[in-house]
Ligand binder design. Structure first.
Ligand SMILES: Nc1ncnc2c1ncn2[C@@H]1O[C@H](COP(=O)(O)OP(=O)(O)O)[C@@H](O)[C@H]1O
Ligand SMILES: [Mg+2]
Length: 245
């Protein structure tokens, strides 16, 4: 499966992404995790060593083709996306591979050099039997720019807050034809939003917030917490739906 995780900042995207990735890997699946957020996060939620660097220089190439090479950089021509993942993907728990365009940190150009290459990898990666889960930056800008194009389906994470629901209503037309599941996060009960019917509920769970306070993956810190259980159920549903398709 190829899944993009989108929604407003703080909705619970990275918590969901990191836990979903770990659950799928524990179900015996091979999972490529791509952090498309240039701020720190997904590495901690999965439990891979966090790095601010992107791909090494040898994986990148300068180009004037503005369609492919934003900021003048792209994936090296002789480097196939599948090979890039196997060579440069950081190994994480349960056999996960992790890639990111780096973080906006002391080397402010690292994301500029890497962002096109990582998207080329996401779109081109097709190693048989592998899942690809991409955690996006908050909001509508990067979906608008096409960062979800690698995905066969999207998980749109929404909290009951007004602006989170507004963001979700704006993201739906941007996602267009991409089948999208609405994941209600921290939603207790009652009417959610007249335009948004949740497909999945992830309850408010203090354990998840505590795991984040400690910088630990929820699946290691609180494996039996209701929030983790809800994400396990979602993973099973995604696997079952993929088998039916
Ligand atoms: N279901 C939940 N219940 C309680 N806290 C949550 C839940 N999901 C996420 N959080 C907490 O909310 C904060 C934002 O979550 P995060 O996954 O980083 O959001 P995003 O990636 O959408 O910005 C974190 O502190 C996280 O631990
Ligand atoms: Mg996040």
């Amino acid at each position: 499966m190829r899944v993009a995780i989108v929604g407003k900042g703080g909705a619970g995207k990275t918590t969901l992404a990191g836990t979903l990735i770990r659950v799928l890997a524990r179900r015996g699946r091979k999972v490529l995790a791509i952090d498309l957020d240039t701020n720190p996060g997904l590495a901690y939620a999965i439990g891979v060593p966090p790095v601010d660097d992107g791909l090494p220089e040898e994986a990148l190439e300068q180009s004037d083709d503005h369609k492919v090479a934003w900021y003048g950089w792209k994936l090296a021509t002789d480097l196939a996306p599948n090979d890039a993942v196997m060579r440069y993907g950081i190994e994480g728990p349960d056999g996960i591979r992790f890639l990111s365009p780096g973080k906006i940190a002391s080397d402010k150009d690292v994301v500029k050099r890497n962002i096109s290459a990582v998207q080329q990898i996401a779109r081109g990666f097709d190693a048989p039997g592998w899942d690809l889960i991409g955690d996006l930056e908050a909001g509508s800008t990067t979906p608008y720019e096409g960062y979800t194009k690698f995905a066969e389906r999207a998980l749109l994470v929404v909290t009951p807050g007004w602006t989170s629901r507004l963001m979700a209503r704006r993201l739906l037309p941007i996602l267009g034809d991409t089948p999208t599941m609405i994941v209600a996060s921290r939603f207790a009960n009652g009417n959610f939003d007249p335009d948004l019917t949740p497909d999945v509920n992830i309850p408010y769970d203090e354990n998840l917030a505590r795991a984040d306070q400690l910088g630990q993956p929820p699946i290691d810190f609180c494996p039996d917490a209701p929030g983790v259980k809800a994400i396990e159920e979602l993973a099973d549903r995604l696997v079952a739906e993929e088998a039916q398709a």
